[in-house]
Design a protein around this ligand. Sequence first.
Ligand code: S3P
Length: 445
Amino acid sequence: MSSSSATPQPGSFVLAQPLNGDCAIPGDKSISHRSLMLGSLAIGETVVSGMLEGEDVIGTANAMRALGAEIERDEKGLWHVWGRGVGGLIEPDQVLDMGNAGTGVRLIMGICAGYPMTVFFTGDGSLRKRPMGRVAKPLENMGAQFICRDGYRLPMGMVGAKKPMPQTYELPVPSAQVKSAVLFAGLMAPGTTTVLETEHSRDHSERMLRFFGADVRAEQYNKHLHVQLQGQPNLKAANIVVPGDPSSAAFPVVAATICPGSDVLVIGVGLNPLRTGLFDTLIEMGADLTFINQREEGGEPVADVRVRSAELTGVEVPPERAPSMIDEYPILSVAAAVAQGKTTMRGLAELRVKESDRLAAMARGLEACGVDVEEGEEHLVVNGGEGSVVGDATVETELDHRLAMSFLILGLVSKKPVTIDDVAPIKTSFPNFLDLMSKLGAKLR
Ligand code: S3P
């Protein structure tokens, strides 16, 4: 069930003392989704450890079961996926309800697009507003057909291609979801499917496809990265270790940075270089982050991050950094509200089509808490400084987990409480967020 149907549970944080201690971050959402999807397309048993057990990923597990894969969680928390091989999925006899998950629905559309079967997709109130044309159009190029609401919105029905054709597709927006959907559809097509990207987006699909034995190459020619997949591979089951999600780590990292006297160790954070834009930005602002015990797990770089509180100064965040921190702008704006001076974030058009219009929602919420912000079509300026967050507001989080967590953390440094209208959406990506923050010293009221 998606969080949209539950009664809203308002909440605000109270800071009892500086944040202190160790915390382990839940598994990476992007990698968890992909492990279930590609495990379902591989031959044999894939065992996944460190899986994120949030609502979005559980939705993907249910969808892949409906498509014919066998998926079980054992008592030790390991997930076992018995795949059906590329070409082996079956037509689901139910609507695939993907809840709040953009990654879930878009990547599964890609997977199904090369099968001659009919699949129906829907989602919660947030997902039904989000644009699906960005994946439907390239999937139509390869032979799939869609019936959908105005503006390619869910609910949607898809009739997959009888004879899927490989294609070369230039991404109109920097999006790993679109890139992955096209590549996953290309698994069913003969020959080479190529995706061209100008701004590099996260490459978890490419890494995991290779890990399962597919031939995937990425080469830079002039201004484009050409990502090429050879179709109709035999994917072989492989064991996956999911690293901690840097997008979830972002919350305790910023919280410890802005709460004076804090010292927190965040354990097992994935540091894929296409995901570390927030950490780079925080360091430029003066944050005290140390990356220790650097290692590789499941083909991804990982480290523990020690965070001590620090005084921050506003910076200019360049637009080309956006793909590497696209989900982190809400929590960066919280850091910016406390930082001395002006922080300018540019190149934010994609924030308008996330779980909410995050650009508008952040500006509105910060303003309600007394912060001086300026919202542009594609940029956000936050004028911060000590004592600039008044609080005394209830912020609407619009079924958006990252807004919910960001505003709870803003309440740790506000003069009066910041209340959010509903904590329930947090379960989509960070089910133990409130517990983890409480162990570090922040209590939910
Ligand atoms: C994701 C890609 C990003 C990100 C989302 C997860 C993925 O979306 O915002 O939370 O797993 O591929 P876009 O690719 O649409 O930017």
